[in-house]
Design a protein. Structure first.
Length: 413
């Protein structure tokens, strides 16, 4: 399985200058590869292999290319050919595409080291920092927010300068599937080691075993974003100040995105660690049902990211993640199955047929759990969370604050 980890990087001034220089030389190489390809006759275009073989020759003629690490140079040749094949695919699909453009300094932002030419020193940094070495460039400090697990192989490392001026390093990782923890036996699943999740409106998530996790408080960040956007609208387009302000806006947006991603990482890790099976609603269906406007679509994109994280972690931590049919999870009674329509503002589920009463989202989460079991071909287990809730009469939900998740990286049990 392949996936990636991305970290904020803090190169020293001196190393940053070298990173910039390498970016620029790689860009020149990319443009040279493009030129070499373009000027070849139509029936004799060089392949990636051909052009890799020309690297030695090019290095002799243009010593500046000799400054690059050879595997990194090959990765740049590979990038051109990947772009080329993507362009071809688009053309085949009927898109009107031109040729590959020359890369200007402003749009060539990253360099990849493939297979070799890099090192990771996890012990050198303090606390949450580590160091990566790029051959011919030097060591770069990164904020090592989540360690790379022991059983994975680092296939490649990329450094990137964002439009905001911030540096990032990302690792292309591969896990040998035989080393992964085994997913628990489906037959051994029961309600105590499985959970259904309602992706929230009221809460961030509501679990079938009675936990509600709060939304991340982003109010201040959004306020700041609106403020910076207002400032941008007052600047003259194309001016230096405009450019400066545009970067500021991009930075705030990125900050919000990172904050949400970090939060989602924490929650999804908690879930796959704690449970043997996690069930969520299938969003493609859900957005159609709830389909009310832009805000919802935006949140759907965030939930998709959440589910993607859940799914890739499922294998890393040995957990089943299953998406279930979303239709009617709110309407249906988790206890007896009778459907009762309820408008969005009705927060309680109170079943006219069997008398089962609980929170609206708790009912939905239990339905998700139920559907998960049937999706896996299992019957509804003997002891259901429905019974537990009915027994206590007054359902007592455990409210988990966002700061608890962020600080401890766990859900209270
Ligand atoms: Zn009922």
């Amino acid at each position: 399985m392949e996936y990636s980890h991305r970290y904020r990087a803090y190169p020293t001034q001196e190393v940053a200058e070298r990173l910039e220089h390498h970016l620029d030389v790689h860009r020149q190489l990319y443009n040279h590869v493009r030129w070499d390809y373009e000027q070849a006759p139509e029936d004799d275009k060089p392949s990636e292999y051909d052009q890799n073989n020309r690297l030695t020759d090019w290095k002799q003629r243009w010593p500046v290319f000799g400054e690059l690490h050879s595997k990194a140079a090959q990765a740049t040749v590979a990038r051109f050919h990947r772009n080329l094949s993507n362009l071809r695919k688009k053309k085949e699909k009927g898109y009107n595409v031109g040729r590959l453009k020359r890369q200007a300094l402003s749009d060539y932002r990253s360099v990849t080291y493939n297979q070799s030419g890099f090192d990771l020193d996890e012990k050198r940094g303090h606390d949450k920092y580590a160091y990566v070495r790029f051959s011919k460039i030097g060591w770069v400090k990164i904020r090592y927010s989540r360690p790379i697990p022991d059983h994975v192989t680092i296939k490649e490392v990329t450094f990137k300068k964002e439009t905001t001026g911030e540096w990032f390093v990302s690792f292309g990782l591969e896990t040998d599937d035989t080393n992964l923890p085994e997913n628990p036996d489906v037959d051994s699943l029961n309600t105590s080691n499985s959970v259904g999740i309602d992706l929230g409106i009221q809460n961030y998530i509501h679990t079938s075993d009675g936990k509600t996790v709060d939304w991340l408080d982003l109010e201040d960040d959004y306020k700041r974003l609106r403020r910076e956007q207002r400032k941008l609208s007052r600047k003259q387009k194309g001016s230096n100040n405009y450019e400066k302000q545009r970067r500021k806006v991009a930075k705030v947006k990125r900050h919000i995105k990172r904050k949400v991603l970090d939060y989602q990482h924490k929650i999804t890790t908690c879930l796959v660690r704690e449970y043997d099976a996690v069930f969520v609603e299938d969003l493609n269906v859900q957005s159609m049902i709830r389909g009310d406007g832009n805000a919802r679509n935006k949140q759907d994109a965030a939930w998709r990211q959440f589910i993607t994280l859940l799914e890739y972690k499922a294998d890393l931590y040995g957990c089943h993640v299953v998406q279930v049919e979303a239709r009617g999870t709110t309407k249906e009674c988790a206890s007896c199955g009778v459907e009762t329509a309820k408008p969005i503002w009705v927060r309680e589920h109170s079943c006219p047929s069997c008398g089962f009463e609980t929170d609206r989202d708790a009912n939905a989460a239990m339905n998700v759990l139920k559907r998960g079991f049937s999706e896996l071909g299992l019957g509804w287990p003997e002891s259901t969370p429905v019974e537990t809730v009915t027994a206590t009469d007054t359902p007592d939900f455990q409210r988990v604050s966002a700061s608890h998740v962020l600080e401890t990286g766990s859900l209270p049990s």
